[in-house]
Write a protein that binds this ligand. Structure first.
Ligand code: G4P
Length: 531
């Protein structure tokens, strides 16, 4: 039997972020493989079936007009209990993708070595930085031609503004990929093709001092290049500093190839040692310790209509402290009532299993009778504190919503407001006319279809969406200090209000943001809103 502290200390909860196709799914599968959740030979076959199942699930979800599940995978490795939060990518990218990062303690950033930093990584990275969570970089696909290693690191530093510390160093790439040099062990770990990971690799470790053996393996040219690069690296790169890693200002970088299983287990082992167990979190009553406070959690995602027959909603919560027991009573702080959480479940891809207990660091989904909102806190009945709200993320697509049947005004406003409260979309009003005209903003365009579908099916309201050209939104941080009627704008700027009446600015061009700041001294704009 483990103590509460031991259970929490062995938990590692992280999200994997990447641009589509960089290899997030492949890396996740390989991590599961080491956890024994799937076996080696079955992985490729299993992958195809799993993919199939997942995409079918997504298709069904799309037809039903609900947002796409981001799943949580839990597995054991070397005494650790690991929770991987999947961040949906591709066209189903939505606010949920961002919110998932609120529930993670660290992030693994997968980058395609042949492509470098890409758009979606950049967006997700910003959220990690805002939360100052540790970021670990896995540069993938080294078995294919990759960009120059120094250039890749440079790009991460410049584009993302985080210092890098390479933990290993690739020797060649693509056809000439020979393996990596492990900077800590000071030896070369050789690469062997594992036929897309279906076979165990036979990696050898060759100490740098065994020059002949090394030359025999990598050839003279690559050996010389490697030795030169190591010298440069030892002299120039940031020193490894665990404290900086944990503060999110330095990212350890690993090179590997998820597909051929190269460098994955080494990455996992080092990552587990460097990342932290659940840490104390801030609440309005001070910092909450994960072990001392018997139970607390916050809702980071609500999924409606997972089962259409029952019109059910599932609230996903991240446990922040203590232990959750299926029978226990908890306080829903924002609803100001004590309740039992019904049908607690853990989601494994598209499989759900009912669970009886869970610990800080774990994610559970519970049946939501329509009482929870994103950001809500749950705690012990005798307590009452609230975790910091989840920020509202900047939508990038906007449309004006026109209702086809004006007689159904009430249903329309009710429907669209409820959907906005679930957090799938954000709605804005014209600055002066209020709810007469509604503008909807989304992070991923799929959410427009979801909105239309759900209004038709759940509220019996037909709408038409007219796309608007805005792509950049800014909340006004110091609205009390600014006279909005006197704001000097640009021709492409639009003033709107959110549901709570707070003013916001929409822009077509990114440079207009800077122009407005320049024209209105003292104005403070932010890319994130607060719930
Ligand atoms: P994602 O979840 O980030 O979108 O990426 P995913 O893992 O699905 O990988 C995208 C493609 O890249 C897949 O190929 C995958 O096999 C390939 N891939 C992932 N890691 C590596 C790697 O280390 N080396 C090489 N060479 N390829 C890699 P696909 O052809 O699109 O899919 P599939 O038919 O292989 O499943």
């Amino acid at each position: 039997m483990r103590s509460l502290k031991e259970e929490i200390d062995r938990r590692r909860t992280f999200a994997i972020i990447s641009h589509p196709d960089a290899g997030k799914t492949t890396l996740t599968e390989k991590l599961l493989l080491y956890g024994g959740a799937i076996n080696l030979a079955g992985s490729v076959k299993g992958k195809a079936t799993a993919r199939h199942a997942v995409s079918d699930w997504m298709e069904i979800e799309k037809q039903r007009g609900i947002s796409v599940t981001s799943s949580v995978l839990q597995f054991e490795y070397d005494g650790y209990c690991i929770n991987i939060l999947d961040t949906p990518g591709h066209q189903d990218f939505s606010e949920d993708t961002y919110r998932t990062l609120m529930a993670a303690d660290s992030a693994v950033m997968v980058i395609d070595g042949g492509k470098g930093v890409e758009a979606q990584t950049r967006k997700l990275f910003k959220v990690c930085v805002m939360r100052r969570i540790p970021i670990f970089t896995f540069i993938n696909k080294m078995d294919r031609d990759a960009n120059d290693t120094f250039d890749l690191l440079d790009e991460i530093e410049k584009e993302l503004g985080i210092a890098t510390c390479p933990m290993n160093w690739p020797i060649g790439s693509g056809k000439s990929f020979k393996g990596v040099y492990d900077r800590q062990k000071r030896c070369v770990i050789t690469y062997s093709d594992t036929e897309k990971g279906t076979r165990e690799g036979e990696a050898q470790e060759i100490p740098l001092s065994e020059l002949d053996r090394l030359t025999g393996f990598v050839g003279e040219d690559l050996r010389e290049k490697l030795i030169g690069e190591i010298e440069l690296l030892d002299g120039a790169s940031a020193e490894f500093d665990l404290d900086k890693v944990r503060r999110g200002v330095l990212t350890p970088v690993f090179f590997g190839s998820a597909l051929t299983n190269f460098g994955v287990e080494d990455f996992l082992q080092q990552f587990l040692r460097m990342t932290t167990a659940p840490l104390p979190r801030k609440s309005d009553a001070g910092t909450v310790d994960p072990v001392e406070q018997p139970f607390s959690a916050f809702v980071f995602k609500i999924q409606a209509n997972m089962n259409r027959a029952h019109r059910d909603r599932v609230a996903f919560m991240r446990i922040c402290s203590g232990r959750f027991d299926a029978d226990m009573e908890v306080r829903h702080v924002q609803g100001n009532r004590v309740m039992r959480l019904s049908q607690p479940q853990q989601l494994m891809a598209n499989d759900r299993k009912i669970l009886s207990e869970a610990y800080a660091g774990d994610i559970i989904g519970v049946f939501d009778p329509g009482v929870f909102s994103i950001g809500d806190t749950l705690c012990m009945p005798k307590e009452s504190f609230a975790y910091e709200g989840i920020p509202t993320f900047a939508p990038e697509h906007f449309a004006r919503v026109r209702q086809m049947d004006t007689m159904k005004r009430k249903q329309f406003v009710k429907g669209i407001t409820q959907i906005a409260q679930e957090g799938a979309i954000q709605i804005f009003q014209e600055f002066n006319t209020g709810m007469e005209e509604i503008i909807v903003g989304v992070v991923g365009v799929l959410q427009f279809d979801v909105l239309k579908f759900r209004l038709e099916n759940e509220y019996n309201v037909d709408i038409r969406l007219e796309p608007l050209p805005y792509e950049h939104i800014r909340w006004i941080e110091n609205q009390d200090e600014v006279d909005l009627t006197r704001l000097v704008g640009t021709s492409d700027m639009k003033k709107v209000r959110d549901l709570k009446g707070s003013p916001l600015l929409l822009f077509v061009n990114p440079w207009s943001v800077g122009m407005v700041l320049e024209r209105n001294k003292g104005l403070v704009l932010s890319e994130f809103g607060r719930n």
